[in-house]
Write a protein that binds this ligand. Structure first.
Ligand SMILES: Cc1ncc(COP(=O)(O)O)c(C=O)c1O
Length: 429
């Protein structure tokens, strides 16, 4: 089926399903198998040489996961996708497929905390330097690029600040330097709210744990290859050059525009073992069937909750990209659709103790480090994710003692607002 002709809401249900499936089953089957019988030794040899496509071992591919990957690739309009065990795994395999010891990656500063850790510690220990720009201006990023840069990176909407960089301008900076633009599009909800390929990105890496799964039932990550980057510019011999692991096979010559995603699978997934379980791939596929419906509801609840909180006397400040006073309002309006964001940040009056009491007084909303769940989530960074930080670091990260991050779920919005109202009353704020 040519999914390009279908709208997003149709693709999220049909892509990846085999309409000629022999049992006639409506859904995708879960294949709880580690390995696959080879019909002949020659066939097995061809699979291992990459001259034939097929299942070898579930660390590399699994029919349930393949169906899920086809759905993700169809949603993004990419040439291929690979599913992984987590969003952190997606970033790790992306960067280690692009860069080697002595190379560097240039990134915007407004990143998820776990990504900072991977950049500052793990990639550094592997000899890959990550140059974190002091701001997200394209010219600031351009100034950090040199002959050993192998990618420019940004989150399409930063977690938790909701900062939205100028994607199109940053893509131009990366391309002028002959390197791909990699975007973590977790907040772009599987391409529904934002599709970075529309704005010049070459590779997308997401945490599927969030909106893609949508129900907080499984961890996952995806890498999507837009198929647009010309790998034969001399900077990527691991893609356009002889592969040691495959008797000198040149992945770019063999797989053309899909060379990068093949590289992620046949080297990254093979060697680092970051594969998802087939059951989790099934949960992701199920979650995807309702992605657009869930996200539309969550974006609308975020807007209503933001307006309610803005007018509340016990609220000091609401940071929401839908409001004109948010520094990223213009970029969010340009690069994101349908109301832009399913996350807001709010600073309450009072102090850290009253804020803790407020969080504990919430009855529907859950206190978790999660976003994009069907349950409304409230996170208090000062007592959780950012507890170890010094006061200076907290200030730099914009985390105040009374700040809360809110990701509305799928409950009726009136009930979410009523929950906040009763928590304000109970806390005596
Ligand atoms: C923007 C972003 N990228 C990556 C990750 C990491 O994903 P995971 O928790 O699935 O490993 C997260 C997790 O919150 C995230 O918010």
């Amino acid at each position: 089926m040519d999914y390009k002709k279908l709208k997003f809401a149709t693709r999220q249900i049909h892509a990846g399903l085999d309409h000629n499936e022999p049992t006639g089953a409506r859904g995708v089957a879960i294949y709880p198998t580690a390995a696959y019988r080879f019909k002949t030794c020659d066939y097995a040899a061809d699979l291992f040489e990459l001259s034939e496509a097929g299942n070898i071992y579930t660390r590399l591919q699994n029919p349930t996961t393949t169906a899920y990957e086809e759905r993700i690739a169809a949603l993004y309009g990419g040439v291929g996708a690979m599913a992984l065990a987590s969003g952190m795994a997606a970033l790790l395999i992306t960067f280690t497929s692009l860069a080697s010891a002595g190379d560097n990656i240039v990134t915007t500063p407004y990143l998820y905390g776990g990504t900072y850790n991977q950049f500052r510690h793990t990639l550094r220990r592997l000899g890959i330097e990550v140059r974190i720009a002091p701001d997200e201006n394209p010219s600031t990023l351009a100034a950090l690029i040199d002959g050993r840069t192998r990618a420019v990176f940004a989150e399409s909407m930063g977690n938790p600040t909701c900062a939205v960089p100028d994607l199109e301008a940053i893509a131009a900076v990366a391309h002028a330097a002959g390197v791909p633009f990699v975007v973590d599009n977790t907040f772009g909800a599987g391409g529904y709210l934002c599709n970075p390929f529309d704005w010049g990105a070459d590779i997308v890496a997401d945490s599927a744990t969030k909106w893609i799964n949508g129900h907080g039932t499984a961890m996952g990550g995806v890498i999507v290859d837009g198929g647009t980057f010309p790998w034969n510019n001399g900077r990527f011999p691991q893609i356009d050059g002889p592969s040691e692991g495959y008797h000198g096979l040149n992945l770019y010559e063999a797989f053309g525009p899909a060379a990068f995603i093949v590289k992620c699978r046949v080297d990254g997934q093979r060697d680092m073992g970051t594969c998802p379980s087939p059951f989790d791939s099934y949960l992701m596929m199920l979650g995807l069937e309702t992605l657009s419906l869930r996200v539309r509801h969550q974006v609308e609840s975020t807007r209503r909750l933001a307006e309610y909180l803005k007018a509340h006397p016990k609220v000091k400040r609401v940071s929401y990209v839908g409001f004109e006073d948010h520094p990223s309002h213009a970029n969010a309006s340009r690069y994101f659709r349908y109301g832009a964001s399913g996350v807001l940040n709010v600073e309450l009056t009072g102090d850290i103790d009253t804020t803790v009491r407020f969080v504990e007084a919430l009855e529907l909303a859950a206190h978790m480090t999660m976003i994009g769940d069907s349950i409304t989530v409230v996170t208090h960074p000062a007592s959780t994710t950012h507890k170890q930080l010094s006061e200076a670091d907290l200030k730099a990260a914009g985390v105040t003692p009374t700040l809360l991050r809110v990701s509305p779920g799928l409950e009726d919005t009136d009930d979410i607002i009523a929950d906040f109202e009763q928590a304000f009353a109970k806390t005596g704020l």
